[in-house]
Write a protein that binds this ligand. Structure first.
Ligand code: NAD
Ligand code: UDP
Length: 328
């Protein structure tokens, strides 16, 4: 790590999957980290057991409301947003409000504190892409009124709002476009493909492939992603503008199902469900920019990352049965 001076840092969405890993990484080098989260999909448990030198504080709050009084921040990382299709489609208007009013509230605090801003955007800004792999200059193929639009268009709006606001207020901004990321602390019921397949496999329940399984994704392990966040935040002027961070190793959803079944030794059958509307058929990041500007590239192979993720979900299932046993 390059950091020298302890900073006061806000991580919105800090009790979630990526947010809790980021908060730990920042606190482990001595920073004072405030995780502001409404616990919609995040949990206190994600922040238990931290033993580093810095401090992690959890503040329960919804970013759609003006932020509460807190210490002056040096840096603000904005991760708060429902992230899985199941969660962001539950209440699409709420998702749009998080991406607009929520981002506005975060920016207002950043301007007040003169804090550096880091925002988590997404590969979903490319929609169902007509260009493959996706580079930052591609402007996407997004339906404005489909079931995924609340998230895709919300995140697109947020990128514009952040860019214009930070330019007008002379704030330092870094924005990452995250491609499918997985690892320990994913919500076991958020419906994302890695968590779904692993939970189904460990319980010997049917593995649910949407469509014929030929659609592709490129999966990045959480540790690589968080390292990318830190390198991007530390990056110079050439790191301005949205940057893809993800693992370019592309795999079909069908191949992922087979791999998870093999690695868990599961007896799960595979079942095929209809492909949801507007589900992107191909997705792979072009990470040329991250490699050139930051010197970043992913280091974790899919099997290695899945091994750690499977172990995490085994722990969750064990703890649940332990609770059930106690209740009985
Ligand atoms: P997550 O659901 O685990 O984390 C999101 C966190 O934000 C949760 O803790 C949730 O409780 C919190 N939150 C949601 N709405 C909030 C609100 N209104 N106010 C305060 N807190 C709120 O998901 P994640 O995968 O950790 O995603 C983190 C960020 O990264 C999100 O902005 C997401 O859009 C983005 N992202 C993630 C991926 C991925 O593959 N994991 C891909 C693209 C983009
Ligand atoms: N998917 C699937 N079965 C599941 C969950 C997801 O086949 O149980 C598919 C989904 O339709 C999509 C891909 O896996 O084609 C990735 O889905 P996810 O929700 O993880 O992420 P996103 O679609 O946002 O990339």
């Amino acid at each position: 790590m390059i950091e020298q001076k302890a900073k006061t840092i806000l991580v919105t969405g800090g009790a979630g999957f990526l947010g809790s890993h980021l908060a730990e990484r920042l606190a482990s080098v001595g920073h004072d980290v405030y995780c502001l989260d409404n616990l919609h999909t995040g949990s206190r448990e994600n922040l238990f057991g931290f033993t580093g030198t810095g401090k992690i504080h959890l503040v329960e709050h919804d970013i759609v409301k003006p932020l509460p009084e807190l210490p002056k921040f040096d840096e603000i990382y904005n991760l708060a947003c429902p992230a899985s299709p199941v969660h962001y489609q539950e209440d699409p208007v709420a998702t749009l409000r998080v991406c607009s009013e929520g981002v506005w509230n975060v920016l207002a605090r950043a301007a007040h504190d003169r804090a550096d801003v880091f925002h988590t955007s997404t590969s979903e800004v490319y929609g169902d892409p007509l260009v493959h792999p996706q580079r930052e200059g591609y402007h996407g193929n997004v339906n404005t009124v489909g079931p995924r639009s609340c998230y895709d268009e919300g995140k697109r709006f947020a990128e514009t709002m952040l860019t214009d606001f930070c330019r007008m207020h002379d704030l330092r901004l870094r924005m990452v476009r995250i491609f499918n990321t997985y690892g320990p602390r994913m919500h076991p019921q958020d419906g994302r493909v890695v968590s779904n397949f692993i939970m189904q496999a460990l319980r010997n329940e049917p593995i649910t492939i949407n469509g014929d399984g030929s659609q592709t994704r490129s999966f990045c392990y959480v540790d690589d992603m968080i390292e990318g966040f830190q390198m991007l935040m530390a990056g110079g002027d050439d790191a301005r503008g949205p940057m893809n961070i993800g693992n370019p190793a592309e795999i079909t959803v069908g191949e992922l199902a087979e791999l998870v079944v093999k690695m868990t030794g599961s007896r799960s059958p595979i079942v095929y469900l209809p492909l949801p509307k507007d589900d992107p058929l191909r997705r792979r990041p072009d990470i040329t920019r991250a490699q050139k500007v930051l010197g970043w590239k992913p280091r974790t192979h899919l099997e290695q990352g899945l091994k750690a993720t499977i172990a995490y979900f085994e722990g969750i299932i064990e703890r649940d049965s332990w609770r059930v046993a106690l209740d009985a």
